[in-house]
Design a protein around this ligand. Structure first.
Ligand SMILES: Cc1cc2nc3c(=O)[nH]c(=O)nc-3n(C[C@H](O)[C@H](O)[C@H](O)COP(=O)(O)OP(=O)(O)OC[C@H]3O[C@@H](n4cnc5c(N)ncnc54)[C@H](O)[C@@H]3O)c2cc1C
Length: 492
């Protein structure tokens, strides 16, 4: 096949860059390793959906202390298909750090038009308290009693009915993941989109990319000739593809600087009926401790999910599950200083990540805050993700039960070729015709969920490749700026 642009991966970064390029009239080929998914087959049963929508059944994990479960999506839409839909812009202090430490020309006004464009495309609006459900209402009650800063989250959803299973595939297609937004747009604009296409190598001659080589699901080989290749395999697989292609890396940073936003969650037993699976699982946040790198965010799910996640065993687990309708859950995410590394072992990623003392302290403080939040909300009992009788302040790294959902940084952007894999325009240092458009370019932990940052950077990249100036920011009224689903729909 021949194209102007070949995009590898169809998640937050790849789908966005592909649609923007295709809609400008360029010829685009998108190669996605996973399959396309049809919401008609989404059963809302966690074990089934984990096996179908996640890479390796959601069992990707890091090696280190403690091991961290790192689930990744695979298929059209990438990880956006299985994410919670929370939308944050990059905080201004993070952008200031990127300018200072990595020489990137980014600030709030410069990125605002790209964020605006993405938010419109995805119908981003704030969750209403009714849709947020009782899980959020309890967290809100606790935060209000403690006087902690909090709010309802902004999400990319349209016509959401609160099915409560965002991370197991939205059965009503309310969540506006890239597989049902940007990918259809790209296709309508003429992009050729191939699933089951595993890209094995970026082809380079004389220091310039000229295409990629892939293997189809049926075992056949495929070569796409394109003067511009955009790699968007996500922060775990992008460095592997660049390595496999033997591309130059003068910085020695490829695969390094992996930040994760490690996370954990606690449950509590309430007197009232909660029914945590009714409503939007991640709909509310407490940012009182965000400056300390601790963000509290909602998490919830149906009984099969609670059974897997409850930090209890034996008879205590059985008793808590029998009280499922009274269980509430809330999560905690750390803006990490710890950094890991991804390497390829026989073509598979080996991910090394150890929690540094500073982040352990954040977890200790955060777990104590979660306990406080539930107590203030009137919990009868709190179940922390620690061994029986272990108090948060005495938790060791080994004891923490962590998962992470936001891998970033393994092809980090830095204006200096000696420090970054990509430059401020997301072009690879040292190889012409290769750009990276995914979480791997994000040079530091964000402290907030990353999909919007990745999508805004991908939009900016597309505009850059096309030589177009930033889009205009259309005016919004104040009610539109806060917005409900319907308002966002009218806007788009
Ligand atoms: C359970 C969960 C909940 C989350 N919730 C939120 C949230 O609420 N808000 C938020 O902002 N973020 C959330 N995230 C994170 C967010 O979804 C990711 O940060 C984002 O999707 C990453 O985008 P990406 O483009 O880097 O990679 P991905 O979206 O992972 O896309 C990469 C794609 O590349 C494909 N690929 C990989 N290798 C190859 C290859 N060799 N050839 C072809 N294709 C390849 C993959 O199959 C995949 O489809 C969540 C993540 C998880 C797991």
């Amino acid at each position: 096949m021949k194209a102007d642009f070949c995009v590898v991966g169809s998640g937050a970064g790849g789908a966005v860059v592909a649609a923007e390029l295709a809609e400008s009239g360029a010829s685009v080929v998108v190669l996605e390793q996973g399959p396309g998914h049809d919401a008609d087959g989404f059963t809302a049963r966690p074990p089934e959906m984990l096996a179908r929508l996640y890479r390796d059944g959601g069992q990707t994990a890091t090696l280190g202390t403690p091991p961290v479960l790192l689930p990744l999506g695979r298929g059209l839409g990438g990880t956006t298909l299985v994410n919670s839909g929370t939308c944050f812009r990059t905080p201004p202090y993070v952008l200031a750090r990127w300018a200072r430490e990595f020489g990137l020309e980014v600030d709030e006004p410069a990125l605002a038009p790209f964020f605006e464009r993405v938010e419109r495309a995805l119908s981003v609006s704030e969750v209403t308290p009714e849709l947020a459900g009782a899980n959020a209402a309890i967290a809100r009650r606790g935060a209000e009693r403690l006087g902690w800063s909090h709010g309802y989250l902004r999400r990319n959803a349209r016509g959401c009915v609160g099915s409560g299973v965002c991370v197991f595939g939205c059965p009503t297609s309310a969540k506006q993941h890239t597989g049902i937004t940007y990918i259809p747009r790209a296709r309508a604009a003429g992009a050729r989109i191939l699933t089951g296409a595993d890209v094995r190598q970026v082809l380079v001659a004389g220091g310039r990319a000229h295409g990629v080589r892939a293997r189809r699901a049926d075992g056949s080989a495929l070569e796409v000739r394109a003067p511009e290749v955009i790699v968007a395999c996500g922060a775990i697989y992008t460095p592997l593809l660049l390595d496999a292609s033997r591309l130059a890396d003068a910085s020695g940073q490829r695969g390094r600087n992996l930040s994760l936003h490690p996370a954990t969650a606690a449950f509590a037993l309430m007197d009232e009926v909660v029914d945590m699976s009714r409503g939007v699982p991640q709909s509310f946040y407490v940012d009182e401790f965000a400056a300390d790198g601790i963000m509290l965010e909602g998490v919830a799910g149906p009984p099969a999910y609670a059974a897997m996640s409850l930090p209890l065993t034996g008879a205590r687990h059985a008793r808590a599950m029998a009280d499922y309708r009274h269980l509430v859950q809330f999560g905690l995410m750390v803006s990490d200083r710890s950094r890991g590394r991804v390497r390829s072992v026989a073509g598979r990623p080996l991910i090394r990540y150890d929690l540094v003392r500073e982040d352990l302290d954040r977890f200790r403080a955060g777990l104590a805050r979660l306990e406080q939040l539930f107590a203030a909300a009137g919990a009868r009992e709190v179940y922390l993700p620690l061994g029986t009788g272990v108090r948060p302040q005495h938790a060791s790294a080994r004891e923490l039960r962590l998962a992470a959902f936001h891998p970033l940084g393994t092809a980090r952007a830095d204006a200096r070729p000696s420090h970054g894999v990509t430059d401020g325009d997301l072009a690879m240092h040292g190889v012409a015709g290769v750009h990276v458009a995914d979480g791997s370019v994000v040079p530091s932990a964000l402290g907030v969920n990353p999909q919007l940052t990745i999508m805004a950077l991908a939009t900016r990249l597309a505009f850059g490749l096309l030589g177009r100036p930033a889009p205009d920011i259309p005016r919004r009224s104040s009610s539109q700026a806060r917005g409900s689903d319907e308002e966002a729909e009218c806007l788009s």
